[in-house]
Ligand binder design. Sequence first.
Ligand code: CAO
Length: 556
Amino acid sequence: MALIEVKVPDIGDFSEVAVIELLVKPGDTVKPEQSLITVESDKASMEIPCSHAGVVKELKVKLGDKISEGTVVLVLEADGVSAAAPAAPAAASAAAPAAPAPATTSPATPAVALGPVEVRVPDIGDFKDVAVIEVFVKPGDTVKLEQSLITVESDKASMEIPSSAAGVIKELKVKLGDKINIGDLLAVLEGTTAAPVAASLAASTTVAVAASAAPTAAPAATAATAAPAMPVAAVAVPAHNPTTAPVHVPHASPSVRKFARELGVPLEEVKGTGNKGRITQEDVQAFTKSVMAGATQTKAQAAKPPAGGDGAALGLIPWPKVDFAKFGPIERKELGRIKKISGANLLRNAIMIPAVTNHDDADITELEAFRVSTNKENEKSGVKVTMLAFLIKACVSALKKFPEFNSSLDGDSLVYKQYWHIGFAADTPNGLVVPVIKDADKKGVLQISQEMGELAKKARDGKLGPADMTGATFTISSLGGIGGRYFTPIINAPEVAILGVCKSQMEPVWNGKEFVPRLMLPLSLTWDHRVIDGAAAARFNAYLGQILADFRRVML
Ligand code: CAO
C-alpha cells in the first residue's frame, strides 16, 4: 500500500475548468476509471477518472476550484503499488489516445431549408454500434440547432447527439436501445434552418473515453472549440449554453445518468441542486427516498389507475414476473383499447367495493312459453323478443320496490335516482361494453328488445358513442345465451348492484306434492354492502323471482 497523488490527466484544451461535482469522499474505495470529480467548461462537462484502485485518503479539490492538467485531485492509498514506486500520474498520459482531429474548425452559417431535412449521426469517431439510452425529443417537437436529440452510450462514455438543423420533428427514426453508427438517420425535420452536420457537431458534441480505455476508443471527431484529447469520460452538455439549451434536457453527468437508470429514476423529474441546476447523485438519492416514503409521485405513478397494476399502491408484493418463453413458445399481443379501459375500471370496482353476491333461481317456465309464442306471432315484425328484455322490465319493477338498488353513493349521502336506465353487458370482438337502455320504465318489452338489438349491433361494430354507454342506474350481465350456472359479476361503479344471469334449464322442482319439471333461471345479484344489506338483497332476488314467475305482477 502506498499513498499516491491522483492528478488531472491531459484534458486537452480544458484548462482552469471549474469543479462542479465531487463524486467521492475520504474513506471511499475507488476502482480504476471510477469518476472522481466532474468539471465543466462553457462547452462541455467531463468526469475525471481515477488512475488506480484504492481508498481515498484526502480530497485536494473542492466545489468551485479551477483545475488544469496536473492538478492534484486527491491522495489515494493505492492497492498494489509499492511504496518505492514513483507516484503515477493520474491517468497515464502515455496510454492516452492521440488528440482527436477536429472535424471542423468553425460552425458553418446556417442555411435556410424549405423541405424536409434529414438529421444523421455525425462523425462520432470510433464509437460503433453505440446504444441509444435516452431520447429527448418526439415527433411534433420543435428543436433548435444543436439541441441534443439523443444520448448514446458505449461501455466507456456517453455522448449527446445534437441536431444539425432547427425545425419541427416529423419523424423520429431511433428508439431506446437502438444501436447507431455514423451516418444513421436520426430524424426527419421540417427544417427552418440547417447547418452542415459537422459544423453543428463542432459546436456542441464533446466526447472522450475513460483513462485506461484503449486508444482505439477515442473519438475522431470532437469539438473544435472544446476538443480535448481527454482520456476521461465526458459528455457534451449543450444544455449549459443558454443560447442552445433545450430546457427539458436534464443536466447530469454520465455517472449520475447511469445511477439514475439503475434505480429507474426519471431524471427529467429530479430537481438539480448542483451548479447551474445540475442533477447530482445526492439529488437522485433524495428523489428515490422521497418516492419510497410516498412524499413524491413520479409521473408514471400518477398516470396509473389508483390501484396500480403492480399493486404497489396497495402495499402488495410485486406481481410475479415470469419468463413464459422459458417454458414453451409464446405470442405477445397488446391489449386493445376497450380492454385497457374496462380493465382499469373493473380493477378499481373490484377493489373498492365491498361486494357480496346472492345466488337464486327464478322459475321462468311460463315466461319462456310466452316469449316463444310472442316471437311466433311477431315473426314478420323482425323484432325478436329476448329473455333479457323481460329481465330489464322485471328489474325496473324490483328497483322501484327497492330504491336503494337504483342509487349511488356520493360521499356520505346516497343519491336516489328517479329514472331507470338499465345497462346490459355486451360481448364484442374488442371486449366488454355496456350500452344503456334509457328510461326502461317507460318502454315495453318489444321496444326494449328492438333497442337492445340495435345497441348490441352498434357495440359489435364498435360504433357505440359515449351517450349510448352512460347514465345507467343498474346493470344486467347475461351469459344465458352461452351457458354456466352462476357467477359473481363486478358492480359497474357508481352503481350499487348488478344482476348476473346464466342459462336457464329444466329442473325437477318440488311443488309440495311432487317433483315437476320447471325452467329455472339462475340469478346472481352482486351488491355494495355499504349501501345494501344481505336481507334486502335476498328480498330483491325473491321479488324478482316472483315477477319472472308471473309477469303480470309488473303491472301491479
Ligand atoms: N337461458 C337460456 N337461453 C338463453 C338465455 C337464458 N338465460 N338468454 C338467452 N338465451 C338464448 C336466446 O333465447 C337465444 O336463443 P335462440 O337463438 O334459440 O332464440 C340464444 O340464447 C342467444 O341469445 P343472445 O345472447 O344472442 O341474446 P340475449 O338477448 O340473451 O343477449 C347480449 C344479448 C348482447 C347480452 C349477448 O349477446 C351478450 O353479449 N352476452 C354476453 C354478456 C357478457 O359477456 N357478460 C359477461 C360480463 S362479465 O365479463
